[in-house]
Design a protein around this ligand. Structure first.
Ligand code: DC
Length: 217
């Protein structure tokens, strides 16, 4: 099973790079952030407080999540592709992602996803540290906070740059500071600062590292 783990903070370029690497080497791609967002969406839709640990963990264990190859996301049979990226879910997702019951279930689903498909390019916060510490290649993408906020701001046109930057800083602190599998650089990870690099250049560095790894004795 070939697993490539790509971790890093929001706006570091994970999704774009992970999709491109998956396309180049012919492996399926999994956006694990979308899974945590889907749990948050399911909780909000049922009127459950995202901070209610027991109820939200129960939702994570029992809800129906469909991640399409085309990037569509279905939650309990409803298309949630757009809404999981919206401000309500973005506000609620950090507390959901800090819930250990939710994380245990998501880890199981992520490992099962890769196992069923013979591997995957998986992006998130804890893929190289916790979900697949023995991945063939672990990559940690980072970029200056202003660069990351500018990238996110381009995607979320309905919010001001200041709002996006403040939200990013808040989520960085929560993701790095939580007790269960915080965002961190995995042992042996290839660290790439993507601030001044094009997507092409980043993808080249990742695939070069894969080639170098496969040539090693
Ligand atoms: O990458 P994103 O912004 O869509 O992620 C949404 C949230 O989920 C983010 O606040 C961190 C969390 N997350 C996580 O805790 N572990 C992962 N493997 C992926 C995302």
């Amino acid at each position: 099973m070939r697993v490539i783990a790509i971790d890093g903070p929001a706006g570091s370029g994970k999704s774009t790079v992970a999709k491109a690497v998956a396309g180049r080497i012919g492996l399926p791609y999994l956006d694990t952030g979308a899974m945590y967002r889907s749990v948050a969406f399911a909780a909000l839709r049922r009127g459950v407080d995202p901070a209610d640990e027991a109820k939200v963990a129960e939702i994570a264990r029992t809800f129906e999540l469909g991640m399409g190859d085309d990037g569509t996301v279905r939650v309990d049979g409803v298309d949630a592709t757009i809404e999981i990226r919206g401000p309500e879910v973005t506000r609620a997702v950090s507390i959901v992602a800090a819930n250990s019951g939710v994380r245990a279930e998501m880890r199981d689903r992520q490992r099962a996803f890769a196992k069923a498909r013979g591997g995957a390019v998986m992006e998130g916060r804890d893929i190289g540290t916790v979900v697949f510490p023995d991945a063939e290649l672990k990559v940690y993408l980072d970029a200056d906070p202003e660069v990351r906020a500018a990238r996110r701001s381009k995607e979320v046109t309905e919010l001001s740059y200041a709002t996006v930057a403040a939200d990013l800083a808040r989520r960085d602190a929560l993701d790095q500071g939580r007790a269960d599998s915080p965002l961190a650089v995995a042992d042996g990870a290839l660290i790439i600062d993507t601030s001044g690099l094009s997507v092409e250049e980043i993808v080249d560095r990742v695939t070069d590292a894969l080639d170098a790894g496969s040539e090693a004795p």
